[in-house]
Design a protein around this ligand. Structure first.
Ligand code: IVH
Length: 666
């Protein structure tokens, strides 16, 4: 067979298989048997192996899962993926309705959708081709899970929309697949997933896409993120357009003119949800008109034009076996009820935070009490009340100890706060919690460094302070159990990368009292450099918009401490960035990469592909996976193949690695 014949045959095979896929997955009406389908797929794969230059990214063969990855690459969401405010009853919904009418009047309608209990993902298409799939992450930065999402049959690899478009939706595992998966896992002696949501999340976060390919994931699309040429003026039109493009949307969405109709819809689904083949945890209510959505805008956390109604929490009865105390990073002592394990809303609950001593007293919760628990918002378990009729006389009243259970120094109550605190700044429990906070996602975001590893490092006395993290070396890491060469290198690499973080992450990570995520952003933007904030007076700090008196005083007294002075100096010495980087990113319009669409191909010798991508993006360039007429520049490393050919045929500028490095330095 010559190349031309192979090309024709490949096209025919792909079209045929795509049709079977659609019949099976979208229309639910397969016309051929599974074995016939497999045979066609094998033919396709074989032919593509014979003619690798004819392999295309949108070939249906790409769904069976390519090579495993080493780790996930981070993706910055150009339009943030926000979450929604919650409504727990019809009163909350009426309040939401009133707030909207006060702002925009009465001439609008709502769209109601089922709130799918899976995980939010973003799918990016360029020139009609699926180029990038990402998790939501913290809303600003997610992870690139393109390979895994390609295995989800209902995600089209090609669409008839040439403008760049980013579509968002919820990946989930249908009930049936979840049950089958758990059954198989049980047989193999593997741990079962607690619920379909966890199973779906676990599947898309597998580095080996062959695993995701077997997990039978599904997706409903429900919104559009970035869209080069938006053509619709209402959310419901967008849903129809998405459907027309071949995306799976949920058929139960309805539009209503009044909140009372919306409430009736939520009540209806509270009863009907048990009959669905997928889990939903509520109803999402959105203002339909895009213009009004824009007029209503956003609060710091979520849109004003949408809300999530959450179904009432499930309750269960169990016993309090013990009340345990833990010390947080600010020294606050938090009591937790250790419960007889019980199933609530799909997961086993064995702990519930009791928050503070006052709450225990108020609800009169005693050790050995029988209690009603519920999962607030279906996630966080809480003790609702004690069933006093069940008391037998064996119950014990809880008493707060006088000393810290971790370091034995005296506990104190400060300034009329409810919490008891350990006031020893060197209390190991506080230091450990402080480190867990420092590496966490919204702070320094160090991959592979979760609570467990911090605990291990701490217990091995490899770290005591934040600065110690940056002094770790491989030999010492390898002394820990379950730490191999590769994990140790990855960990050190991730710690090293975190040195480049912009100031706001470091500021938030330090754990200054009252300084949350948003305040850290504001401070970093206002002061631009750690030194300027450190040297600022309380008055100066207070003069910043949105920084209140309490916070300003907390910041000033934090930086006045000699040990903080020392810590900052040490971190600087260790090479941590102390500057705000946000504006550098926006202002660098002089860079040769600014606003350019760039493709990297072939082997780079002096830096990793990922580093090159990051540096280009930091200079305002956009790095995509495939060459098209919209590509401005191809960077071709050694042994570049079909992408180089394609770029040349499209007359796209091509650079080698050295040229790129020169331009990065410029
Ligand atoms: S709209 C700004 N629609 O619920 C608009 N979200 O708290 C945000 N979700 O992160 C999303 N079904 O993971 C929307 N039909 C639906 C949804 C839905 C499930 C999830 C999504 C989001 C969270 C919102």
């Amino acid at each position: 067979m010559n190349q031309e014949q192979a090309k024709q045959q490949l096209e025919a095979l792909r079209e045929e298989i795509n049709q079977y896929n659609e019949e099976y997955h979208v229309l639910d009406q397969p016309s051929v048997s599974d074995s016939f389908y497999d045979q066609k797929m094998n033919e396709l794969i074989q032919l593509e192996e014979e003619f690798p230059e004819l392999l295309t990214a949108d070939s249906p063969s790409q769904r069976v899962g390519g090579k495993p990855l080493d780790k996930f690459v981070k993706v910055n969401h150009r339009v943030p993926m926000l979450s929604l405010g919650n409504a727990f009853d019809s009163q909350d919904l009426r309040d939401f309705d009133r707030r909207i009418r006060e702002r925009v009047g009465d001439d609008f309608r709502y769209v109601c959708e089922l709130k799918i209990d899976g995980l939010a993902v973003s799918l990016r298409y360029e020139n009609g081709e699926f180029v990038q799939g990402a998790t939501r992450g913290d809303g600003k930065t997610g992870e690139d899970i393109t390979q895994n999402l390609k295995t989800v049959r209902n995600i089209p690899l090609r669409i008839a929309e040439n403008n760049a478009i980013e579509v968002r939706g919820e990946v989930f595992m249908p009930q049936k697949s979840f049950l089958a998966l758990n059954e198989a896992r049980e047989k193999n002696g593997e741990e079962k997933f607690a619920n379909p949501r966890n199973a779906a999340a676990g599947s898309v976060r597998q580095l080996d896409p062959k695993i995701a390919a077997k997990r039978n994931l599904d997706i409903f699309l429900y919104s559009v993120g970035e869209w080069e040429a938006a053509t619709t003026s209402s959310h419901s039109e967008r849903l129809s357009y998405l459907e027309k493009l071949g995306f799976k949307t949920n058929k139960e969405a309805r539009t209503f003119d009044t909140m009372e109709e919306v409430i009736a819809y939520t009540e209806d689904w509270t009863l009907k949800r048990a009959n669905l083949d997928y889990e939903i945890d509520g109803i999402v209510i959105k203002v339909d008109s895009i213009e009004l959505q824009e007029e209503l805008g956003f609060t710091a956390k979520s849109p004003r034009w949408a809300i999530a109604y959450k179904f009432p929490a499930e309750e269960a009865i169990t016993k309090v076996k013990e009340i345990e105390l833990s010390i947080g990073r600010t020294g606050a002592v938090t009591p937790t009820a250790i419960l007889e394990p019980v199933q609530v809303a799909g997961t086993t609950v064995q702990r519930a935070s009791l928050h503070n001593e006052d709450l225990i007293v108020e609800k009169d919760i005693r050790i050995n009490d029988t209690v009603v628990i519920k999962k607030a918002g279906d996630i966080i378990p809480e003790v609702v009340r004690v069933i006093t009729e069940e008391r037998t006389g064996d119950e014990q009243v809880f008493r707060m100890p006088e000393n810290c259970p971790e370091c034995n120094s005296e506990l104190a109550k400060i300034d009329g706060e409810v919490a008891w605190r350990c006031i020893n700044p060197n209390c190991p429990a506080q230091l450990k919690e402080g480190l867990i906070h420092f590496v966490s996602r919204n702070a320094m975001n160090i991959d592979g460094l979760g609570e467990k590893v911090i605990e291990q490092l701490f217990d091995h006395e490899l770290i005591h302070t934040i600065a110690d993290l940056y002094k770790l070396d491989k030999d010492r890491l390898l002394t820990m159990e379950r730490m191999g060469e590769k994990s140790a290198s990855n960990l050190l690499q991730a710690i090293d990368t975190s040195k480049e973080n912009s100031l706001e992450r470091l500021l938030f990570g330090l754990g200054i009292r009252f300084v949350g995520n948003k305040a850290a952003d504001t401070l970093a933007q206002a002061f631009k450099h750690m030194d300027d904030l450190k040297n600022a007076s309380e008055e100066e700090i207070k003069s910043i918009d949105e920084i209140g008196e309490k916070m300003a005083s907390s910041i000033a007294s934090y930086f006045a401490k000699p040990q903080v002075e020392e810590l900052i100096a040490e971190l600087k010495e260790l090479g941590l960035n102390m500057a705000y980087l946000g504006e550098v990113f926006e202002a660098d319009t002089d860079s040769q990469f600014y606003d350019k669409t760039i493709v990297l191909t072939g082997r780079l010798d002096e830096m990793s592909r990922n580093d090159a991508k990051k540096q280009i993006e930091a200079l305002g360039g956009k790095v995509t996976g495939s060459v098209s007429k919209n590509t401005d520049l191809l960077i071709a490393g050694a042994d570049a193949g079909s992408k180089l050919e394609k770029a040349e045929s499209l007359n796209i500028e091509v650079w080698n690695e050295q040229q790129m490095i020169e331009a990065l330095k410029a």
